[in-house]
Design a protein around this ligand. Structure first.
Ligand code: MTE
Ligand code: MO
Length: 379
């Protein structure tokens, strides 16, 4: 499929792949066949294609473990995945908040102490379509259902270690990471490269400059050769294709914390069923409903499910690890009667935050964390 899409012969493809494999830090081999804004294949059974963005299908998650494999992870690009050669790539660290400007190579980063972390990345716009379909107030932007989220194990170096090497000053306030993808132009306005300030407190806490995703080099679509992973925060904080870090001694504004995503940081608590939208189920047969819940604040305390539109709620059984920054899986048996039903899942995290029935509207359609009404048809 990859081969057909790019119009390469199989032989030519193998030659290119072999050439790429012998120089591991050259372009990852997928990049050689890039035609669209996203490099990796997007089979319709795994993804909903939204153009520059690709949404993970929740019904395809059922067979997966807690970690979402790289080829299955959702993609959110403002423009397109760039092809970056790690041999010439540099990470520049500069600004009045540090004493020693740095220009780090990929090898320099590999030589710093390595650290690994399991973390979700979730787009602030995940669930946006429900502002329209559930609350009657559509928001403009990618009409995600709940598939703009994934969990992976990331490995790299602590952002704090990089900043310390640069001689971080006590006067530092904000760190501004910037991506190497094309400048973002929309409505005839060039907003420059994707960049969003991060307060130095968070930068020093648990942020990673990731080089690996689930034990492999970062794939091109997920930020090769290096990206930030900002646990618990909206996805835009986790800048991909990291090219520079500017350390400021004042708070900074960029279009990505003013025009878009204003005032947003930690992600609220949410839940999803591992079921197709409008899934067809057999009447009178016991099924086990599965799902996942997550929160940027804390692990999940409990998950309740309703099969009658919210009149009665039953506790789901949590299964496996239930860690901060990740999600927890859960299940509940159900013997459905014929008809159309709406399944509801409502999670509470350990800070006591509970998913509400509705959320206030915002223009950007961000952080829809109300209980989602998931339709199924039983026959
Ligand atoms: N440089 C750069 N970083 C970026 C983006 C981008 O378009 N360019 N998109 C952001 C947004 S909005 C999200 S939700 C996450 C998505 O990460 P993923 O594509 O690896 O799933 O990356 C963030 N980092
Ligand atoms: Mo996002």
């Amino acid at each position: 499929m990859l081969i057909e899409k790019a119009g390469l012969s199989r032989r030519r493809f193998l030659q290119l792949a072999a050439a790429a494999a012998s120089v591991p830090l050259l372009l990852p081999r997928d990049a050689l066949s890039q035609a669209g804004p996203i490099v990796k294949p997007l089979p319709p059974e795994w993804f909903v294609d939204h153009g520059t963005n690709a949404e993970m299908r929740w019904d395809a998650v059922r067979e997966l473990g807690r970690l979402i494999p790289n080829e299955r992870f959702f993609v959110r690009n403002h423009t397109r995945t760039p092809a970056i050669d790690a041999r010439t790539w540099r990470l520049a660290v500069s600004g009045p908040g540090i004493r020693r400007p740095l220009s780090l190579s990929y090898r320099d980063l590999e030589r710093l102490p390595s650290c690994s972390l399991e973390s979700a990345i979730e787009c602030a716009g995940n669930g946006r379509s429900f502002f329209g379909s559930q609350q009657g107030t559509p928001a403009s932007g990618t009409p995600w259902k709940l598939g703009a989220v994934g969990v992976a194990r990331w490995r790299g170096v602590r952002l704090g270690d990089v900043l310390e090497r640069a001689g971080l000053r006590r006067s530092a306030v904000d760190v501004v990471p910037q991506g190497l993808d094309d400048p973002y132009v929309t409505g005839g306005v060039d907003y420059g490269r994707v960049r969003r300030p991060l307060p130095v407190g968070k930068a020093l806490d648990d942020v990673l400059v990731a080089l690996e995703m689930n034990g492999r080099d970062l794939p091109p679509d997920h930020g090769f050769p290096a990206r930030l992973v900002v646990p618990g925060w909206i996805g835009i904080a986790s800048i991909k294709w990291l090219g520079s870090l500017e350390v400021a001694t004042e708070t900074v504004t960029t279009p990505w914390n003013t025009r878009w995503y204003p005032g947003l940081s930690v992600q609220p608590v949410k839940s999803a069923f591992e079921l197709a939208w409008d899934a067809a189920l057999r009447a009178g047969r016991r099924v086990v409903l599965h799902g996942r819940s997550w929160s940027g604040h804390a692990p999940i305390a409990k998950v309740e499910v309703s099969m009658d539109g919210g009149a009665r709620w039953t506790r789901a059984r949590l299964e496996g690890a239930n860690r901060e920054r990740s999600w927890v899986r859960w299940q509940l048996p159900w013997t459905p009667r014929p008809g159309r039903h709406e399944l509801l899942a409502r999670a509470t995290d350990r800070t006591g935050l509970v998913q509400p029935a509705t959320v206030p509207f915002n223009e950007g359609g961000y952080q829809f964390w109300a209980v989602v009404r998931h339709p199924v048809t039983v026959a």
